[in-house]
Design a protein around this ligand. Sequence first.
Ligand code: NAI
Ligand code: MG
Length: 365
Amino acid sequence: MSNPSLLILPGDGIGQEVMAQVRRIVEWYGDKRGLKFDVEEDLVGGAAYDAHGTPLHDDTMAKAQEADAVLLGAVGGPAYDDLDFSVKPERGLLRLRKEMDLFANLRPAQCFDALADFSSLKRDIVSGLDIMIVRELTSGSYFGEPRGIFEENGQRVGINTQRYTEAEIDRVARSAFELARRRNNRVVSMEKANVMESGILWREVVEAVHKADYADVELSHMYADNGAMQLVRAPKQFDVILTDNLFGDILSDCAAMLTGSLGMLPSASLGAPMENGRPKALYEPVHGSAPDIAGQGKANPCACILSFAMALRYSFDQGDEATRLETAVQQVLADGVRTGDLMQADDAQPVSTAQMGDAILAALD
Ligand code: NAI
Ligand code: MG
């Protein structure tokens, strides 16, 4: 049997620097744990534009469709700010998400104990926090028609449409319930069924999926505005949160900040199962290309490394190995190893991107 395949797209700015550390970790798994991957590396974003005049070459798109998992660094940067909208680096990422039909965006908000003081909330409110937000990613207000700016009665009107089909709600609800079964068997679904018909349908379909196939999972519903309040009041009440594209965008960013640094946040975007049973999958850190620190060896590689841990868990069924990697990251942080983004004023010298990689590899050993 051939090895599972991994397509690596470092992209731009610190994407390349953090991905270099991930590559060392992928090699470690091959050498030390017998987990070998067929790794291919390609271009996305500004790097692809420079080489091909497009932020995602058709060949790269085809490779992504075939790969067992895609790992992406970050795209964009000031050099590309003046490009036409159609070839902007971000378009490469959007095309990947769209053509792979990645409808379930998984955003963990996990508070590493060593970093609890970086949270905007008190230590005891966030310490031990471990939430997973499942955000619908391919429909809702950001895609619904009609959309646009129109003239009406002599003034302009801006329109976006919150639109969900039953099938779209059904499939993302299943993703959330499946995930809950691998965690603590609890889902809170968030919408605004009190004021939005799309929210009423959302609640009905989630209920129906639950009743039909996931009655063993504890399900409750919450209005999204209350959900936002609860997230900052008592976030540890949540395990899996299921929500739509627009609310999920806001709630996941809000939850992310409870944990401290952008440099620590991984994500996964999953689609329908492929022939081999694995879901279409793209893993990437939440942060961007960080032009202010790019090329200086200052970037924190943890978000990208933890994205690879998510790939181990969700694409390759290696939950124990994923935990091994997450534990190594935690241990390194507990030992006080810090990149600049994790420093407080009176701390010692920050380590470089590569030194953080060294420390994590040493902890794995
Ligand atoms: P950003 O996430 O790149 O940076 C925000 C701030 O956080 C900066 O001060 C940066 O130095 C810091 N930061 C981010 N990641 C870090 C890490 N791993 N280690 C240490 N510090 C880190 O967001 P920004 O500045 O809004 O956007 C910069 C570029 O990245 C833009 O071109 C934007 O379009 C693009 N971008 C790309 C994303 C993606 O590829 N998924 C997501 C967000 C932005
Ligand atoms: Mg956002």
